[in-house]
Design a protein around this ligand. Structure first.
Ligand code: ADP
Length: 312
């Protein structure tokens, strides 16, 4: 991956989806047809969201992914190129549909989502091996659970053998072997941390207990994001709690993706843990202030201006 030495080099291995969003008065019941508004097409997928977030925050970013040979695939790949993301390892699979998410949002802002993984299911360990050079040159690798678990396992194995930090965002929650969880930093949200630890999470203290349980499965450190309650951090040195920023919330989609990417960028830059968590919470909060996934992800200047004006 071509890069300037001062930029954090990040490889993201993960999903790319086209989100098709329709607003309607209510979510249709089974068998029912409801007339809604305009159908909006928004590029999404946790992997692509994290790559876009990292690039906007100043990282030199490369994506490892798989799209279909349909119109969505070309649009999704073109969108990453426009963000300055390297797509040499985004494979186009013949005869396959790209990943898509069908989203209906009702008048109260609640949603119903059906994801068609499409080509994301074809992202294989061999795709990761083909990107070995870029992974070895990276400062960090980010991976999520929207692609096959054996592919995620290969990412963690390769990053560790190369001595490259690996950040695992176990979303959506899935059964994962301990070698996948043995990341440098595991970043679940509250429901994912609850599902993986088997513990209920209803406040920062219970999130810290769940994080400790996940460390027993091999994670070097765990950050549990707690939405409007901020996040907690646990590593061998102890635990930390960081409150969220108070912002007018429009749509929380992709807040977690912004958090993961921002935390990685800050760590690579050399921020200490409290500073990096604060930076990540700021990126997450800013993402909540706008609608959509990728359109809402903030840039570096915006996060810095927000933090500078919020000396909390
Ligand atoms: P996910 O989107 O994966 O469910 P969270 O909802 O936990 O992740 O959000 C990730 C981070 O974004 C949180 O740790 C927090 O810092 C920020 N965030 C999320 N929701 C809000 C909110 N309502 N107000 C302020 N910050 C938020």
């Amino acid at each position: 991956m071509a890069s300037s030495p001062s930029k954090p080099r990040i490889v993201v291995v993960g999903s790319m989806n086209m989100d098709l969003v329709v607003r309607a008065d209510r979510i249709p019941a089974p068998g029912e047809t409801v007339l809604g508004g305009e159908c909006l097409q928004w590029p999404g997928g946790k992997g692509a969201n994290q790559a876009v977030a990292a690039a906007r925050l100043g990282a030199d970013c490369a994506m490892v992914a798989c799209v279909g040979d349909d119109a969505f695939g070309a649009v999704l790949k073109g969108g990453l190129v426009r963000e300055g993301i390297n797509v040499d390892h985004v494979r186009t699979a013949a005869g396959t549909a790209s990943g898509a998410a069908l989203i209906v949002v009702d008048a109260a802002g609640r949603n119903a989502i059906c994801v068609a993984p499409g080509a994301n299911r074809l992202l294989a360990p061999e795709d990761v091996c083909r990107a070995e050079g870029a992974i070895r040159r990276a400062d960090a690798v980010l991976v999520q659970f929207e692609t096959p678990m054996e592919t995620v396992a290969e990412v963690v194995r390769l990053a560790k053998s190369a001595g490259v930090q690996v950040f695992v965002n176990p979303a959506p929650a899935a059964r994962a072997p301990d070698d996948v969880l043995s990341a440098d930093v595991l970043i679940p949200n509250a429901s994912e941390a609850a599902a993986m630890s088997g513990l209920e999470i209803d406040d920062p203290a219970s999130a810290i207990l769940a994080a400790r349980r996940l460390m027993e499965r091999g994670a070097q450190a765990v950050a549990v994001t707690l939405g409007e309650a901020g996040c907690v951090w646990v590593d061998a040195g102890g635990a930390l709690q960081v409150p969220a920023f108070q912002v007018p919330v429009v749509d929380t989609t992709a807040a977690g993706d912004a958090f993961v990417a921002a935390f990685a960028v800050a760590r690579i830059r050399g921020d200490d843990t409290p500073m990096a968590l604060r930076y990540a919470c700021a990126a997450g909060a800013l993402t909540c202030m706008r609608a959509g996934a990728q359109p809402s992800l903030p840039g570096a200047r915006e996060v810095e201006a927000f933090l500078y004006g919020n000396p909390s």
